[in-house]
Design a protein around this ligand. Sequence first.
Ligand SMILES: Nc1ncnc2c1ncn2[C@@H]1O[C@H](COP(=O)(O)OP(=O)(O)O)[C@@H](O)[C@H]1O
Ligand SMILES: C=C(OP(=O)(O)O)C(=O)O
Ligand SMILES: [K+]
Ligand SMILES: [Mg+2]
Length: 564
Amino acid sequence: MAALGSSRLLPYHQISAGNPRRKSRGGRRVGVPMCHPVRCSMQVDLERSPEVAANPAEAPPRDPLAAAGVLGLDAVAEAELREKGFMGLRKTKLVCTVGPACCSPGQLERLAAAGMNVARLNMCHNSREWHGRVMRAVKALNVEKGFCVSLMIDTEGSQTHVVDHGGDSSVKAECDSGAPYYAWLITVLGLGRYEGIQIGDELVVEGGMASFEVVEKLGNDLRCRCTDPGLLLPRAKLSFWRAGKLVESNLGSPTLSTKDWADIDFGIAEGVDFIAMSFVKDANDIKQLKSYLSTRSAESIRVLAKIECLESLENLREIVEASDGIMVARGDLGVQVPLEQIPTIQEKVTDICRQLNKPVIVASQLLESMIEYPTPTRAEVADVSEAVRQLADALMLSGESAVGTYAEKALSVLRSTSWRMEMWGREDHQDHHLLQPQLAISLPDRIAEQICNCSVEMANKLGADAIFVYTKHGQMASLLSRNRPNPPIFAFTDDASTRKALNLHWGVIPLEATLSTDMERNIRETIHLMTRRGMVKPGDVVLVVSDLIPVSTAPSMFQSIQVI
Ligand SMILES: Nc1ncnc2c1ncn2[C@@H]1O[C@H](COP(=O)(O)OP(=O)(O)O)[C@@H](O)[C@H]1O
Ligand SMILES: C=C(OP(=O)(O)O)C(=O)O
Ligand SMILES: [K+]
Ligand SMILES: [Mg+2]
């Protein structure tokens, strides 16, 4: 049986509807009143979004108990909390692709300090030895500097249909009517993966960067006539079209190649937290990897499905159900579907992920121009804001961090843009976010889901400062996150892999703590530690949600909501 109780473990805070607490740590007003939100005029805030005092060196000395692992709160969340208060904590998570431009320990440290929650290693590029070095550098930073950056590998997949023009920079493709029809000899890596390219097929580079008509096949080379002028970038992605329809590649070939399996073994050995699978076609692809991970006792690695091909769109719901999270991989998606369809696909995927309670990453070209330029375009900022408005769990940098000149600046644009949009969105944020369909089937699961739904509604209406949840596998924390509450969710777990997995969930700040089966004691001790560290102050209203077994003798799960 579930019990809904309240306790007075700490001085009980009188909550009245007319006096919602809206103060931050420093007594500054942050956020907006949540009771009866009224927005009658648009205010232009000339202040820049407060940036995190992101240098962990500036944070007060770490508590020895915390250093011993009793309260593992990462240095960046702690600094952000001290700087901006509970309501100022960023909710949207940030993923950075690590490449040559950001792989030194110093560069990685700066990205971690600037809010990188997950470091992504794209196995398409570079050697395993290189990736191993980066992973060890990230882990060392976590231990030595108190960060909590999770590691993700991204499989190469059978996407080798790229153009190689042999050069380092872009080549201009022009349709000179005076030139002979065979003006272009294009080497297509992985042409053999296609059933058969025919004369007359259309070859489209990077979703429309340039187009050609195939006039002759010469092994892996295609003699082409340029039909739409543009640019050929080094290793550009391409697609073939016949009679207005995409010519699908890899028919019958497995989603994971021999190299991918070797990369996965490498990821297991290095102890990665996430594996993102490229070109997932259906739920079986995910199930196959998950069952392999369990045979290797590596089931704690979360498997993410990348939505980037036509087949994955056809089997979307079953893929989301089978996986631990989703990446909207707009790069390849934009090669396989007309670009104007990407925004609606993104919204549909994010919606299904919310419904089915799976974290979703919006990826590729978010700030593409920042690979070369120190400021984003207005359109890029609008695109990032739209993903945040859709309440995606995470945003990802690709080339911007991997090879860009302004990796840290790009990350700070993601941070300030998402923070700003979150604050704005909160004004009209109330009950409509709670209208998610029921997910659970069994009674215990339904109880957990309802507890989380009600907790978020309560926390929003009371203007609570924070939600605390005690969780083993992260289920309760993610169910709370699904409701996108106004206050941050502090998720205490004694499972290191749960902590790393929760890094990808919207609004969740995972903490590692020693938990006992005595729930009251867990609550008392974590609040005591948070208070001693100055992160919780007398007068703060904390909503506590728990689903742990309270005492060793109790046969049933005890679930409760308490306001402290
Ligand atoms: N580990 C790496 N080593 C070298 N270059 C990389 C690495 N990771 C990414 N890159 C570069 O950054 C670009 C953007 O990364 P990403 O979007 O992950 O790959 P892709 O362009 O292959 O889809 C890549 O095209 C590649 O040039
Ligand atoms: C993230 C993507 O995958 P990759 O960078 O591996 O092509 C994408 O296609 O958008
Ligand atoms: K990849
Ligand atoms: Mg891709």
